[in-house]
Design a protein around this ligand. Structure first.
Ligand code: AMP
Length: 259
């Protein structure tokens, strides 16, 4: 099947209810099990386009886009956020641009272990973000007799990152990502897909961006070497249109035998 047909086939966006809401939530339309489910990790500094690439890669390769940031953003809209001190602390860290504590992130991911086992394959976006999280993921995968196929590291110069983050707008309903310059919605402030309101994330404000970049350098950048040593790393330049970058990533994955 050519890539265009695959994209059309995978175009129905699944609702990721099990991942976003956890507990006993079930996805309305879980990804169809495939013979060889791919498990990929996406790495990259804030603003390198991981979220957009995750959406495009899912359309190309199937599977489910699992973002830990989306779990926290969903929790921030939930009514019981007042009930859980751990979630409150996480949302507070997130609004400042700081990383959420490893234990909280790992609890959330463990609760959603079935998603990592999903027979449709997964693209992990924003997790792992520290060496402790990467070690925990590796242990989990060994226990489950699963393995990562590849880790894609999206590379981008810092001045491009700052420009990108300033113009980013996210749909408050379906989480689709737009950009005021490079990917504007048809109608200003309104999501093309679901009509939801497009908002600037708290953590895309300039003061939070500086904190996020520092956290990335300190905690997440070491994962590049971590996965390089394990023979899983694929570096992809994130400069260019989202489609060009995605094409580049898919070609590398194919050349590597990961897809
Ligand atoms: P993201 O959408 O991936 O940029 O995540 C938004 C925010 O959620 C981050 O700035 C962190 O505050 C928090 N977050 C998401 N994933 C993680 C993670 N794996 N570890 C720690 N904090 C996280």
């Amino acid at each position: 099947m050519d890539r265009q047909s695959k994209m059309t086939m995978n175009n129905a966006k699944n609702n990721r209810a099990a991942w976003l809401r956890g507990g006993d939530a079930e996805c309305d339309a879980p990804p169809k099990p495939v013979k060889r489910p791919r498990r990929l990790v996406l790495l990259g500094a804030p603003g390198s386009g991981k979220g957009t690439q995750a959406e495009l890669l899912v359309r190309n390769l199937g599977g489910c886009h699992l973002s830990t940031g989306d779990i926290f953003r969903t929790a921030s809209c939930s009514e019981d956020k007042v009930a859980s001190p751990a979630v409150r602390e996480a949302l507070d860290a997130m609004a400042k641009g700081e990383l959420v504590r490893d234990e909280t992130v790992l609890d959330m991911v463990r609760e959603r272990a079935a998603c990592l086992r999903c027979g449709g394959g997964v693209l992990l976006d924003g997790f792992p973000r520290t060496v402790a999280q990467a070690d925990a993921l590796a242990d989990f995968l060994i226990q489950q007799n699963l393995r990562l196929d590849a880790v894609i590291n999206f590379e981008l110069p810092i001045d491009t990152i700052v420009r990108r983050l300033g113009g980013r707008r996210t749909c408050s309903d379906c989480r689709a990502v737009f950009h005021t310059e490079s990917h504007p919605p048809r109608e200003e402030g309104v999501c093309d897909h679901c009509g939801g309101a497009l908002l600037q994330r708290d953590d895309d404000r300039p003061e939070a961006v500086l904190v996020r970049m520092a956290a990335y350098e300190r905690e997440t950048a070491p994962l590049i070497e971590y996965y390089r040593r394990r023979g899983l790393l694929l570096n992809v330049s994130a400069d260019g249109s989202p489609e060009t970058v995605c094409e580049r990533a898919v070609r590398l994955l194919e050349a590597d035998g990961a897809v």
